[in-house]
Design a protein around this ligand. Structure first.
Ligand code: NAP
Length: 323
């Protein structure tokens, strides 16, 4: 497996930072060269410190492909590209649909990959559960996609674009990803920490009882990417995969808050159930986009952890990093 190259697009984001830490733990001994891209700022110092092996960093703008030529010159064609770059907040996509489409549909990335002589690079691309309409439970990969917001539409378009223009890909339709904060804290609010901060105020808070998701713990996401990467590097030479990536529990937002309250010792009387129809978040939110994850379990031989266990680990790891 030596002499292989992995490039992470969007290494400064929430998943990117955790992935860089995870991959860099073993990259050196496996002889893998790692590189990542950043966009709005230089790579933050705490992230550089947290990466355990040498790693190149490149500025890249996915809107126009600026920066890719430098990667060709000093890193070369990657064996695996993990695309995590996105406008990932649904409300931000709704407010700026042009940028959402431009960043989330990775046409500049594919254009760059097509400059190499062969199509031997595996593209692992992050999509979302928002590609589903949200009108039934436990969506399967072969169900029709019918997104209800700009974020979901941009990701559905990204899936079409990749499958039409690149030979080898794994498209991961991820549910909410939760877990500890990153080495260099990301600006967006993290789901479990956000619930905790609301409940910590000791006042009653409203939570939707009729919006369902299958949240997945960040370490499980990293394991899934690592497994696909290893499979590709161990001689697999063809992959066209679409996978639901979620945890084993179908949970309403209220049930997620109940779990956080139980783990953190808040009174359950603080939680007030309401209907999502009463909330205006500035973006349409699909009601039930819970997913069937049997293909993930069967194909990768791996079962993601339950939400309650992941919430416990989140707070255990947050305490460890802040002490
Ligand atoms: N986190 C979740 O709960 C979740 C759930 C489902 C799916 N996903 C998907 O999983 C992927 C990773 O999510 P995440 O939470 O890690 O996202 P994130 O924290 O918002 O990170 C986004 C990354 O994209 C980069 N980026 C933004 N605009 C760019 C541009 N024009 N050119 C190049 N890079 C650009 C950012 O770079 P800078 O920070 O340097 O600007 C950052 O590294 C995304 O595709 C997201 O849609 C995430």
């Amino acid at each position: 497996m030596s002499g292989k190259r992995v490039l992470i697009i969007g290494g400064t984001g929430y998943v990117g930072q955790h992935l860089l830490e995870g991959l860099s733990n073993t990259a050196f001994e496996k002889g893998i060269d790692l590189a990542f891209t950043h966009h709005s700022n230089l790579p933050p110092e705490p992230l550089i410190k947290a990466i355990h092996s040498h790693c190149l960093a490149f500025p890249v703008d996915l809107r126009n492909g600026d920066g890719f030529d430098a990667i060709s010159l000093s890193f070369g064609q990657p064996d695996v590209v993990v695309n995590l770059a996105a406008l990932s907040v649904p409300r931000a996509c709704e407010m700026d649909p042009v940028t959402a489409m431009c960043v989330n549909v990775p046409s500049a990335l594919i254009e760059w990959l097509l400059t190499f002589d062969d199509d031997s690079t595996l593209l692992i691309h992050f999509s979302t559960d928002h590609v589903y309409e949200g009108v039934k439970s436990f969506y399967k990969e072969e169900d029709e996609t019918a997104p209800v917001n700009v974020y979901g539409r941009s990701k559905a378009e990204s899936e079409h674009f990749i499958s039409a223009n690149w030979a080898n890909f794994a498209i991961l339709r991820s549910s909410i990803i939760y877990g500890p904060q990153t080495a260099a804290p990301v600006r967006k609010s993290l789901p479990v920490q956000w619930l905790d901060s609301l409940l910590a105020k000791g006042r009653q808070v409203e939570f939707c009882r009729d919006e369902f998701r299958c949240p997945i713990y960040i370490n499980d996401v990293v394991t899934i990417i690592q497994t696909l990467t290893c499979r590709w590097m161990s001689g697999c030479n063809e992959m066209q995969l679409v996978l639901n990536v979620g945890g084993p529990d179908r949970l309403s937002r209220l049930q997620m808050a109940e779990t956080v309250a139980a783990v953190r010792g808040y009174k359950s009387s603080l939680l007030k159930p309401i209907s999502a129809s009463l909330i205006d978040r500035g973006v349409k939110s699909p009601a039930d986009i819970s997913m069937d994850i049997s293909k993930l379990i069967q194909m990768l031989g791996f079962s993601p952890m339950k939400f309650e266990e992941g919430v416990r680990l989140t707070f255990r790891n947050e305490t460890n990093t802040s002490s």
